[in-house]
Design a protein around this ligand. Structure first.
Ligand code: SF4
Length: 337
């Protein structure tokens, strides 16, 4: 098969890259390992800071992809690539003039942090579970009761050398604030606590949300890391932490514990780096040719990046990067650079 541009990954970055290329009259083929487009947006409920339904953005991106008649190869996994060539799991090879790597990130597996009891105790959830439960319209404890006290724990699988994830995932602080605010809507009577190491509110409107969460929604923020969670005899969870502002140890019983899981490098990055010769950082994310002047270029001819394949990012940044990548691809196809 011969194609002009192959876009690897059909999430927000991949769809937007293909759309921008189509606007420029360049035909792209999206190769998506799952059966439908959407990537991580599929499981998300609302986007910060506007609380826009993720489904709204996803539906619009899908509609545009369809309207632009962009070719999509679904349920097709890329196992290796090289300049001008992409190899699929079945052995099929696609030849092309350029490749956009938009394969995204993986969520940290919370079971690795055994001390929090995810997958072991009832009522320990990840932030991804909570998004799914919001979407299903059913946020309850395992026995169907309404929670009276909820703790959200930041930095699970991020900024943690013990699990080889030293980087900050950037978006989980604001996700913790957003989810606490959505939980407040559902449970006006509940006590809500966010346990954090630092609060990182880097995006537009984020700091305002953080203030609103405290002042309007009465959400408590405790600087401290939970060291462990264990079940109590009355079906609750006891969490142990240290309040690092006062230096005092703290024990608390909660009905639900939400683990804000970080973004880790995509599982395919190692194979892509090995086969294509692109650079991979110690974090596992792929390194652009130049962070400032050529962030969409990989440094290997004809291979470009967009989105979280290079680092954790929010959806807005991802879509902007997709446009930058498409522009760089257009320049490459025209000028060979
Ligand atoms: S964004 Fe916040 S919760 Fe996420 S890793 Fe960074 S400091 Fe931790």
């Amino acid at each position: 098969m011969k194609r002009e541009v192959v876009v690897i990954g059909g999430g927000a970055a991949g769809m937007q890259t293909a759309l921008r290329l189509a606007e420029r009259g360049i035909r792209a083929t999206i190769v998506e390992k799952e059966s439908e487009l959407g990537g991580k947006l599929k499981g998300w409920h609302r986007l910060f800071p506007s609380f826009t339904p993720a489904e709204e953005l996803l539906a619009e991106l899908r509609r545009r992809v369809e309207a632009a008649r962009i070719e999509v190869l679904a349920s097709a996994e890329v196992v290796s690539l090289a300049p001008g060539r992409v190899v699929l799991a079945g052995g099929e090879t696609i030849e092309c003039r350029a490749i956009a790597l938009c394969s995204g990130f993986d969520l940290f597996d919370a079971r690795i942090k055994e001390e929090y009891g995810y997958g072991i105790y009832d009522n320990v959830f990840t932030s991804a579970d909570i998004e799914r439960m919001f979407n299903e319209g059913r946020v309850t404890m395992a026995d169907g009761r309404r929670p009276r006290r909820i703790a959200l724990l930041h930095c699970v699988g991020s900024r943690d050398e013990k699990v080889c994830q030293s980087h900050c995932s950037r978006v989980c602080c604001i996700t913790g604030v957003k989810q606490a605010m959505e939980l407040r809507q559902l449970f006006p009577e509940a006590d809500l606590f966010n346990f954090y190491m630092d609060i990182r509110m880097f995006g537009p409107g984020y700091e305002e949300m953080y203030r609103q969460a405290q002042q309007r929604d009465n959400i408590h923020f405790v600087r401290g890391r939970i060291s462990e969670a264990s079940p109590t005899i009355d079906g609750r969870l006891q969490i142990k932490a240290e309040d690092t502002l006062t230096g005092r140890p703290l024990r608390m019983s909660v009905d639900m514990l939400v683990l804000l899981v970080g973004m880790r490098a995509g599982g395919s990055n190692a194979a892509f780096a090995a086969s294509a010769g692109v650079r991979r950082a110690a974090s596992g994310f792929l390194e652009p040719e130049d962070l400032f002047l050529n962030s969409a270029r990989s440094g290997v001819e004809g291979i470009f990046y967009a989105g979280t394949v290079t680092a954790p990012k929010n959806v807005g940044e991802t879509l902007n990067e997709a446009n930058v990548a498409a522009d760089a691809i257009e320049a490459y196809l025209k000028n060979g650079r």
